[in-house]
Design a protein around this ligand. Structure first.
Ligand code: PXP
Length: 251
């Protein structure tokens, strides 16, 4: 029996809609609860430095919710002292360290662990010692995978954004190059003892080949599912994503 990758639902963009009006609705924590009821294996939220969607108090409430539902909260954060202090206090089950630039619309590119090793490794160590499972969001490149392993992180999440863009642009050749890198990288990461996750820009149409990679243990998906929930409802959007993932895995 093949195990299916876990599906982590990123609820950031429920907060984006809330913040558009400055009030409390729609509440991303209520959205997280709905996602858990619909079968999410985990909840992911990115506390950005500029707090453009998720806020500090959301993280506290998300952690309470996830603990009460026995579902892991995966906090995405930049490798800064401020975020480290918040994460050490919050103690989420999982943390994914991501690169962050204020001017970007979303997380563009992976973390440069090879260049930032001496800054990132102590942060990974402190978070792991506090009991969180630490993941590094990287490109599917050998030097980054080896650097990630040397920080003591237990997980790598490969950035699927460029793969998704290539498919959107109809550039099958480029998409294939990305996919080959994912397959190679997943194998290498697994050999180095790293759990393999993928995320960013995944949709019903592009998730299949990534889900089919045997080492894939978790997929983190947000923007598309929250958008699709407008048309299908969150339950059906998540159920359909699960179907696509399990069909791809069975094929
Ligand atoms: N994984 C990571 C590390 C991310 O930074 C994001 C975006 O916040 C996602 C997954 C989800 O990406 P998307 O919202 O495009 O599905």
């Amino acid at each position: 029996m093949t195990t299916l990758p876990r599906l982590g639902i990123n609820i950031d963009h429920i907060a984006t809609v809330r913040n558009a009006r400055g009030g409390e609705h729609p509440d991303p924590v209520a959205g997280a609860y709905a996602a858990i009821r619909a079968g999410a294996d985990g909840i992911t939220a990115h506390l950005r430095e500029d707090r453009r969607h998720i806020r500090d108090e959301d993280m506290v409430r998300l952690q309470q919710l996830c603990e009460s539902q026995d579902v892991p909260l995966n906090m995405e954060m930049a490798a800064t002292e401020e975020m480290l202090a918040i994460a050490l206090e919050l103690k989420p089950k999982a943390i994914c360290i991501v690169p962050e630039r204020r001017e970007e619309r979303t997380t563009e590119g992976g973390l440069d662990v090879a260049a930032g090793h001496n800054h990132i490794a102590p942060i990974v160590r402190k978070l792991a010692e506090a009991g969180s499972r630490v993941s590094l969001f990287i490109e599917a490149v050998e030097t980054q995978i080896k650097a990630a392993a040397s920080t003591g992180a237990s997980v790598v999440e490969f950035h699927t954004g460029a793969y998704a863009h290539a498919l959107d642009d109809g550039d099958e050749k480029k998409a294939e190059v990305h996919l080959e890198a994912f397959v190679r990288s997943a194998k290498l990461a697994d050999q180095l003892g790293l759990e393999v996750h993928f995320g960013h820009g995944l949709t019903f149409d592009n998730v299949g080949k990534v889900a089919a990679i045997p080492e894939t243990m978790e997929l983190n998906i947000g923007h598309f599912l929250i958008g699709e929930a407008i048309f299908l409802g969150l339950d059906e959007a998540i159920a359909e994503m699960r179907n696509v993932i399990s069909e791809a895995r069975a094929a």
